[in-house]
Write a protein that binds this ligand. Structure first.
Ligand SMILES: *Cc1c(COP(=O)(O)O)cnc(C)c1O
Length: 406
């Protein structure tokens, strides 16, 4: 009998076990890392390095639902850095934004005002309606670059008219599509909003870029806001994680919502330490990213490609139709290079692991395509004359380079 159960247990253990590593594993990872140096789709693809993981492996091993020492240390640092009372580690930027809004918003009907191109409006699966029962007021910036006090004043809903959903939160994003939001304008919007009793939230997923580029402290950038969400896993190259900061009372409630949302995590010291490593070692590298982005932008301009949103930090939006080239042609040819390049469409993102050679190769490819079109009869001057006055504003859309069906 005893041997019978032992045999069955051994069989179950045999079924359960799994070696994740294949024969070619190490080579596959090396290849993957090479591909990342030649991928312009996003900065979310940046990868933790061996050095980051070596540092992170020393993290404490507590259970974060009961408070984890390394995680607490990171949260304390983030609170200090942003000039807020408290901070909360989050598994993603989306959860951080959504819990931020949920914690501000208490009883519908109400609305959240934001830039029409904002992540919370376009890329969080309608979460504001789902989680908070809030109406969103998406405002296209009248200057095409960032919201202004006048845009906010013109669209905010105040008062007690039963037809409307009064605005309770103004949510801004910095950077948005890689562009820097002027701090004076943010302060003006914040003064107005606070005067009207509204809360200010900042989606600061990429706020690091603003500080790195302008030399403004993170604290000053966060000062006009009641809550700020910052991401570690985008430009900074940590594997996972974001942080929400705010008042003590606010973060205590957010912690409660995080558990409710299923975001109470356990031995995450290793993630907190990865984020700490990213702050120390990767934040200072963002200025190089900005330089490489400018090189990419200038290279495209030199070829005659239209820039629809300039490379202020880590992104450039472009439109190659000014040289007779379609996105899908670039996507297609880039994928067929001896060392392939991955692009998706109108948005090009540069990150700390982008290789300068990939930028050069990409520019060469666009140059080659433009030459081919010219030889085939494309007349850039005529195209320009026809497009006269028609301003393309596709920089807020991730126009995909998909080949049209014949
Ligand atoms: C990526 C991003 C988020 C969300 O982060 P995830 O970790 O992908 O959920 C939020 N805001 C902005 C501006 C982002 O770019």
């Amino acid at each position: 009998m005893a041997t019978d159960i032992q045999a069955r247990r051994a069989q179950v253990a045999d079924e359960v076990k799994f070696d994740i590593f294949t024969e070619t594993h190490d080579l596959d990872v090396e290849k993957q890392i090479r591909q990342i140096t030649r991928c312009f789709i996003s900065d979310t693809i940046t990868v933790p390095t061996k050095e980051m993981y070596a540092y992170a492996a020393r993290a404490s091993v507590g259970d974060d639902v009961y408070h984890e020492p390394s995680t607490l240390a990171l949260e304390a640092h983030m609170a200090r850095l942003t000039g807020k009372e408290a901070a909360l580690f989050m598994p993603s930027g989306t959860m951080s934004n959504q819990i931020a809004l949920r914690t501000h918003l208490k009883q519908p009907p109400y609305s959240v005002l934001c830039d029409a191109r904002a992540h919370i409006n376009k890329y969080e699966a309608g979460g504001t309606a789902f989680h908070s029962g809030a109406h969103t007021i998406p405002v296209p910036p009248s200057n095409g670059r960032h919201l202004t006090l006048r845009d906010v004043e013109a669209n905010v809903v105040l008062g007690y008219d039963v037809h409307s959903a009064p605005t309770e939160v103004v949510s801004l994003e910095n950077t948005l599509n890689g562009t820097i939001f002027p701090q004076e304008e943010i302060v003006a919007i914040s003064d107005f909003a606070h005067n009207k009793g509204l809360k200010m939230h900042l989606d600061g997923a990429r706020i690091w870029h603003v500080a790195a580029s302008t030399g403004t402290t993170i604290k000053e950038l966060c000062a006009p806001f009641d809550s700020v969400s910052l991401c570690f896993s985008k430009g900074l190259g940590a594997p996972v994680g974001s942080c929400l900061v705010g008042s003590k009372e606010y973060i205590a409630k957010a912690r409660w919502f995080r558990k409710l949302f299923g975001g109470g995590m356990r031995q995450i010291g290793i993630l907190a330490a990865s984020a700490a490593y990213a702050l120390t070692h990767n934040f200072p590298r963002l200025v190089d990213v900005h330089e490489l982005t400018l090189r990419l932008e200038q290279g495209l301009r030199n070829i005659g490609v239209e820039i629809t949103s300039p490379g202020e930090t880590c992104m450039v939006f472009y439109d190659p139709s000014s040289v007779g080239v379609e996105y899908w042609e670039i996507v297609d040819r880039a994928s067929k290079l001896p060392e392939p390049i991955v692009v998706s469409g109108s948005r090009l993102v540069v990150h700390i692991q982008t290789s300068p050679a990939a930028v050069d190769d990409f520019l060469q490819l666009v140059r080659d395509l433009a030459e081919e079109k010219k030889r085939a009869g494309f007349d850039a001057a005529q195209y320009k004359a026809q497009a006269n006055g028609h301003v393309r504003t596709n920089h807020d859309i991730y126009v995909r380079g998909v080949k049209p069906k014949p």
